[in-house]
Each structure stands twice: as C-alpha cells, then as structure tokens.
Design a protein around this ligand. Sequence first.
Ligand SMILES: [Zn+2]
Length: 236
Amino acid sequence: MKNSIAQLIKAQEIQKSINNLKKEIELMPLKREEIINKIDKTEKNNQSAEVEITAIEEEIVQYKKQIDKKNEEIKDLDLIDDDDLKSKNEREEKRKDLSMQIDNFNKKIEDCEEKKHKKIKSISSDKITLETLKAELIKEEKYIEENKQKKLDELASLEIKKKEILEGITQDIIDKFDRIIVNKGDIAIVPVYKNYCSGCNMILPFSLINRVKAQKEIIFCPYCSRMLYYEEEEIV
Ligand SMILES: [Zn+2]
C-alpha cells in the first residue's frame, strides 16, 4: 500500500499537468472567436455607415431641390411689375422670407456634409482596424494550427504516463481517484499533518490517523472524501 500511495501522489502531479493542458486546449479557440466577432461587428458598422451616407446624400439632394424651388419663386417675384406700394412691400417681405428659407436649407446641407464627413472618416478608420484584425486572425489561426496538435500529443503522452504510473493499482481505486480530482479540482490525495486533513483542515479521529499511518489500505477523509497519507515531517 505504501507503493500505491507513492504512485497516486505521482499520478496526481501528472494529473495537474493534464488538467492545465486541457484548459489551454479549451481556451485556444476563444481568442480566434473574439477576433472574428470584432471583425463581424466592424463590418456591420461599416455597412450601416454606408447606408447612413446614402440617406444623408439623399437628404442633401432634397434640400437642393427646395433651394432651387425657392430661387424660382424669387425670380417670379422679380418679374412682377407693379407700382402699388403695398404690394411692393409685400413682395419685399416675401423675398426676405424666401431668402431666409434658402439660408436655412443651406445650413441644413452644411450639417449634412459635416455628418457625412464624419461617417466617411469613421469608415476609413474602421477599414484600418479591419485590416489589423484580419492580420491578427491569420496569425491566430496559424498559431492554433501549429500548436493544437502538439498539445493534443502532449496530452496523450501524459495520459499514457499516468496509466503507467498507476499500474498495479485496482481500477476501483483509480476510478475513485479520478472522481475526487473531478469533484475537488486538482487534488485527490493529501497528507495528514499532525491530526488534521490538509485537504479540508478538519481534525481527524486518532483511530483514523492510525489506520492512515499503518498504510494497509487507502483511507478517505470523512469530511472532504480525499485520499489520505501520512507524512512524518510537519509543514511549518
Ligand atoms: Zn479532508
């Protein structure tokens, strides 16, 4: 049993590496997905900016049409020829009003041009971002391609190593060991220090500690279910 405990402790060390490696493999595609999402978002932004620019241009066309119409109206006013003072004044008022309307439309066109300019600027900066992101994606895909298989091979060889280390130990104990690892994280077998379990820090009954010391069987902590072994030296 003394040997089994040594084997289990070694297997636990390998298991830590296995778990770390599995995590690394699991995380590998995440960065790639993140970049793809950013590309997607930027492209959508650009598309909606293009649509907005078209709408702004259409708006400008409409304002220009209005301005032409108002100018026509002013021209028509100029054509009228009468000496009646009252109607002359009225015409003058009307002309002023039309000019003001034209000024307003010109102001609106200016605002539109400014908005359009901003959109164009944001599209061109998005295009630079897109290029950077696409280059990043290629780099990331190359990295994954080069490293994933390497990590999978490493994982397979660690699994084999673990199996070899655990040779001679009953499947029942191995299953329990694996189950504790899954439930408790990386640690399945822990030393007893003084009179407590170093996995959960609970004080253990002396009878149990004696059985751990005897090393005739695998003893489980009654509180955290981890496997226990005895270590002569205390951790300070
Ligand atoms: Zn415990």
